[in-house]
Design a protein around this ligand. Structure first.
Ligand SMILES: NC(=O)c1ccc[n+]([C@@H]2O[C@H](COP(=O)([O-])OP(=O)(O)OC[C@H]3O[C@@H](n4cnc5c(N)ncnc54)[C@H](O)[C@@H]3O)[C@@H](O)[C@H]2O)c1
Length: 421
């Protein structure tokens, strides 16, 4: 049985979800033919590090304050990056430069420039690199992608993502989350990249990764901020609303509205319109997938709902029908018939299979590229909002700026991140 030895960087909330998933992978090792074991963890915060070590039964020698010390070990196969957004590029590049293949949490980065830097680094140094996008890892995405590739929707001309939350600012309305979610310096941006990474990435992926031409967008922090709820001295710095019209080659458009807070009811809708059919994507998974569900005693599974699709349009002789497609149950049957599909049902499983060469660059989902293209859209939204005009894809590529952290104050001194490679 092949076992991948993992070192985690960042022992916060998401690291626990990764631990649950690694545990599930161990339980299913015989099916996959491989497993993974987390053998070391780095966390700058002493109290968190100790609590993490106690929870998972780690000896002190395997717990690090400074991740750079952990990277010097000779018994790790890969690094799993669980720090916050604007540290993703900083830490991932450091790990790649130390010789490691890297699995990184979402969003890949806050900007297109940083995502491109991470991809370029992996390519130049010959590292394998993968990003968490759980919305892609299930039969909802497989079915939608296949229907579109098979031409069942005809020519695609419009897509829409509306994700409106009335009060959902992590670290502010939702105090169980870290305040890093709302500080500009660390998070970079708000709901468009936090949740948008799942939903925009999924839309682009199922639509065959259309080539972006231009974006017209608007972003703002519209709601009053109550200083009594802002515990972080860096302040509340991310937008709570972003909207955009993105245009792609071949006459395809994407309209987006995303909020983390707004004075209107929660509402959510994602759909794609084609000349023969329309497809609504319901309950896309933004929770980490079924392997992560045991973390919250089933609550994550409940939150995940049942990712499904509804088709509207013509199916052969049947005109203008509505058909609900049961992706979930059908997905289980598909995996029984073709066990290799199980490699496409979980982020970490896909990463390990890619790392081991069971999947390669032609067969895995290229999550770093998908996320980078998603960030081109959101960078376009923010750039257009700043400039007050539509921006072209070429302008976005040229004007996107890095937000990666290059100096970080820690309890043991300043970490300087050298982003050159
Ligand atoms: N919390 C969630 O439900 C959730 C869900 C999906 C994705 N994510 C993503 O996971 C990432 C982390 O989010 P989180 O909620 O776990 O945040 P968190 O603050 O709980 O965890 C991040 C941890 O990284 C540590 N850290 C910072 N710099 C470090 C360094 N140089 N070396 C080692 N440790 C360092 C922090 O002290 C902190 O404990 C974010 O990018 C977020 O978007 C979070």
């Amino acid at each position: 049985m092949k076992e991948i030895r993992v070192g985690i960087i960042g022992g916060g909330m998401i690291s626990h979800r990764h631990m649950v998933v690694y545990e599930e992978i161990r339980k299913h090792a015989a099916e996959f033919g491989f497993t993974a074991k987390v053998v070391a963890m780095a966390e700058i915060d002493e109290a968190k590090r100790k609590a993490w070590g106690e929870k998972y039964g780690f000896e002190d020698k395997d717990l690090y304050a400074d991740f750079r010390e952990m990277l010097k070990r000779d018994d790790l196969d890969t690094i799993d990056v669980c720090v916050h957004n604007n540290l993703h590029a900083s830490v991932s590049i450091a790990a790649m430069k130390a010789g490691y293949d890297v699995y990184c949490e979402k969003p890949e980065a806050s900007t297109y420039a940083d995502a491109k830097m991470m991809i370029d680094c992996a390519k130049k140094l010959g590292r394998k690199y993968h990003v968490q996008i759980s919305s892609l890892m299930n039969n909802q995405t497989r079915m939608a992608r296949k229907m579109i590739a098979d031409g069942e929707l005809g020519h695609l001309y419009y897509s829409n993502l509306t994700m409106v939350s009335r009060r959902r600012r992590p670290g502010y309305d939702l105090p169980m989350f870290t305040t890093d979610f709302y500080t500009k310096e660390v998070a970079g941006h708000g709901p468009l990249i936090d949740l948008g990474v799942y939903l925009i990435s999924q839309l682009l992926f199922v639509m065959g990764m259309p080539k972006l031409k231009s974006v017209s967008g608007f972003a703002t922090t519209g709601l009053e901020i109550d200083p009594a709820l802002v515990s972080d001295p860096k302040g509340f710095g991310v937008e709570d609303l972003g909207c955009a019209l993105a245009k792609f080659e071949d006459g395809l458009s994407l309209q987006i509205l995303g909020t983390s807070a707004a004075n209107i009811d929660d509402h959510m809708k994602t759909y794609i319109l084609g000349s023969k059919g329309g497809l609504e994507i319901k309950q896309a998974d933004t929770t980490g997938g079924p392997f992560a569900a045991s973390l919250l005693g089933g609550a994550a599974a409940l939150a995940m709902g049942d990712p499904s699709l509804t088709f509207y349009g013509d199916l052969g002789a049947k005109k203008n029908i509505t058909a609900d497609l049961d992706c979930w149950e059908q997905g289980k049957i598909d995996v029984i018939k073709n066990p290799k599909l199980a490699l496409y049902d979980d982020n970490q499983v896909m990463w390990l299979a890619y790392k081991l060469g069971i999947l390669d660059d032609t067969t895995r989902y290229n999550t770093p590229e998908i996320a980078m293209n998603m960030l081109k859209v959101t960078d376009g939204l923010f750039l257009s909002s700043q400039l007050g005009r539509e921006v072209t894809a070429e302008e976005i590529e040229a004007m996107s700026k890095s937000m990666a952290i290059t100096e970080q104050e820690t309890p043991f001194g300043t970490i300087h991140y050298d982003l050159s490679f």
